[in-house]
Design a protein around this ligand. Sequence first.
Ligand SMILES: NC(=O)c1ccc[n+]([C@@H]2O[C@H](COP(=O)([O-])OP(=O)(O)OC[C@H]3O[C@@H](n4cnc5c(N)ncnc54)[C@H](O)[C@@H]3O)[C@@H](O)[C@H]2O)c1
Length: 353
Amino acid sequence: MKILITGNMGYIGPCVVQRLYASYPEATLVGLDMGYFANCLTGTEILPECRVDVQYFSDVRHLPKDLLRDINAIVHLAAISNDPMGNTFEEVTLDINYHATIELAKKAKEAGVKTFVYASSCSMYGFAEGGPRTEKSPLNPLTAYAKSKALAEKDLEKIADKRFVVTSLRFSTACGMSERLRLDLVLNDFVACAVTSKKITILSDGTPWRPLINIKDMAQAIDWAIKRGTANGGEFLALNIGSNEWNYQVKDLAEAVAKVIPDVNISINKDAQPDKRSYKVSFDLFKKLAPDYQPKVDLITTIKELKDGLEAMEFKDGDFRNSKFMRLKVLSQLRNKDLLTENLEWANKSSGA
Ligand SMILES: NC(=O)c1ccc[n+]([C@@H]2O[C@H](COP(=O)([O-])OP(=O)(O)OC[C@H]3O[C@@H](n4cnc5c(N)ncnc54)[C@H](O)[C@@H]3O)[C@@H](O)[C@H]2O)c1
């Protein structure tokens, strides 16, 4: 068994690699990543990439020759992975998240890869009123990021067949401690606010709904998707990944953090424009198809894990919303220093030396 994991050097990737290493100890794990956030390590003694057998520092837009030889399964995480980056680098987001994904899938099918697991997102539901969104609900992608995910998913469905099984995992918003922790995610941000300044500033009016999932449970779902056969969901399956109990309003998340971390003050921006991204999601189908792979790490455990992780790092930066813990900041800084071109490709490799 040989598994390719693209985007393995991001926030979720290290956790996915650990899970696959435990589940498939005999497998050859191959990583491929541009390395945008390679040096954003947090609280780890080793370079997480030591856990893969082969690491490519490459761009999914220019696939290395022979990359796909003998690969059985692909976990495709590589992407411009949130709304702020997608809004700033709109065209590149479409190129990487949509066009390169479809090219990769086509080449993989040609090369005889059997299984393709795609990291999609519940954010494709956009603003959704009238009950939890199911996989049959219409999509309403409101941002460049969400649109790129929706377009990729639609074309992946056309490529899937009984020789090339595709699972598009529509993940809830991720949270939890990682060897490359990001703080541009709602729960992670609230815990970091509480730890550094005892004050959580909610940028919205607190009412938007968000389903959440711990990254360990995302990795578990990916493990399931690699194993599932066509009998369990068909040749193409788009599936909401999370749990019904983890649909929260943003203000509930802040209150949960304040329960775990004492003396935290919560301020809500009452004058904020209503957040257009608000959606409740139904995870019934996931429960039906994968009863043994349901999310296990609950909200309070995740908050404690983040608190402990940040304290172990002696994290004190109250201004972290302007720091390298925000992915947009990292990319913008690399651009400002001309280390990345406007297409977000590495510039002349001697620059920055
Ligand atoms: N974090 C979330 O809340 C969430 C939720 C739903 C879905 N997802 C999806 O899961 C995947 C992983 O998310 P993450 O939070 O780890 O993101 P991340 O931004 O931390 O990691 C993405 C990785 O992809 C790499 N990458 C980007 N463009 C590339 C390219 N052209 N070639 C090669 N590598 C490239 C980056 O260097 C980075 O290491 C993404 O596809 C994301 O859209 C994330």
